[in-house]
Design a protein around this ligand. Structure first.
Ligand code: 5GP
Ligand code: ZN
Length: 116
């Protein structure tokens, strides 16, 4: 249901399908998609289907759904033997740009490969 989504939030519009996104996987409580301006190939975002600006505002049952989804995304984007950052920013001073909670999963390819 859309009762916990906001009418004027970019990521809520993505959840509703009003704005297109490259979906990876979703559950009834969370949604994952590719970042439109990736820091590396496969840069993904995991968001709750609940409008909240900050991590500490997300209900426990939804948070408990998001982390296993983040784990599936990490595996789905081919990081099983790779390296990556799992990041989450809260507030402008912490570099949050979109005021709807999101975890970043940012692949970090092995740049040492090929170096002698
Ligand atoms: P923040 O700085 O808030 O932690 O990260 C916001 C992220 O959302 C950025 O990496 C940015 O590229 C991504 N982003 C912003 N607008 C859109 C959009 O319309 N679609 C998608 N897929 N990603 C977006
Ligand atoms: Zn929202």
């Amino acid at each position: 249901s859309n009762e916990h989504l906001s009418d004027n939030c970019l990521f809520c519009k993505i959840i509703k399908g009003d704005i297109p996104s490259c979906k990876i996987i979703e559950t009834d409580k969370s949604y994952s998609f590719l970042d439109i301006n990736p820091l590396s190939e496969g840069h993904a975002l995991v968001i709750p289907k609940y409008h909240a600006e900050f991590f500490h505002q997300v209900p426990d049952d939804i948070l408990a759904d998001m982390l296993p989804l983040a784990k599936k995304v990490a595996l789905a984007i081919g990081l099983a033997d790779g390296q990556y950052n799992l990041l989450q920013n809260n507030g402008r001073m912490a570099h949050q740009e979109v005021p709807h909670v999101h975890f970043h999963i940012i692949p970090k390819p092995n740049t040492e490969q090929g170096l002698i």
